[in-house]
Design a protein around this ligand. Structure first.
Ligand code: IMP
Ligand code: MG
Length: 176
């Protein structure tokens, strides 16, 4: 398995078995919380694609799925600027929407997507993130479901990338 990306060493943070156990717990919780509802899950591309694929298979409810794709530019030119690349493909008015994301860092990306989704008037809206970085945030974003609280380090694997590499890693690693 890959041990480095662009010369940077990878050290394991969360193993695939820990991930799958936690994803099962999240699915069970979501199943209980939305009992009797027809849930609309919105996955965020690209980082959330593996998490959302596993999570929906641990949810025992009527569910539909759609995706939204955004890109975030993080550099001195455009700090934290988010752009909508591909919008939702179905109406979400009056739907119970659960947004599923790989990683909550500054919260800028989720804030942008939340505002976009809320403007379409869903019946309810919650956020599920696999990873939540422990850090003070300017944005007022809080996830309703969190897989793991992690330190503020750059991570890769299980859908998240480092320079577009490493999304295929089954475990989650810290990029040293
Ligand atoms: P935020 O807008 O700062 O919350 O960043 C959210 C997005 O930035 C995530 O969906 C990831 O795609 C990306 N990101 C933030 N931190 C990391 C990381 O440690 N590894 C990989 N991607 C990250
Ligand atoms: Mg992402």
């Amino acid at each position: 398995m890959l041990k480095e990306i662009n010369g940077r060493e990878l050290n394991i943070l969360i193993s695939s078995s820990e991930i799958s156990k936690r994803v099962g717990e999240l699915g069970k919780q979501i199943t209980e919380d939305y009992a009797g509802k027809n849930l609309l899950i919105i996955g965020i591309l690209k980082g959330g694609f593996i998490f959302v694929a596993d999570l929906i298979r641990s949810i025992e409810l009527k569910t539909e799925i759609d995706f939204i794709r955004v890109s975030s530019y993080k550099n001195e030119m455009n700090p934290g600027e988010v752009e909508l690349v591909t919008d939702l493909g179905m109406p979400i008015i009056n739907r119970d929407v659960l947004l599923v994301e790989d990683l909550l860092d500054t919260g800028g990306t989720l804030e942008f997507i939340r505002d976009h989704i809320l403007s379409k008037k869903p019946a309810s809206f919650k956020i599920c993130t696999l990873l939540n970085k422990k850090k003070p945030r300017e944005s007022r974003i809080n996830a309703d479901y969190v897989g793991f609280e992690i330190d503020d380090k750059f991570v890769v694997g299980y859908g998240t990338d480092f320079a577009e590499q490493g999304r295929n890693l089954p475990d989650i690693y810290v990029v040293e």
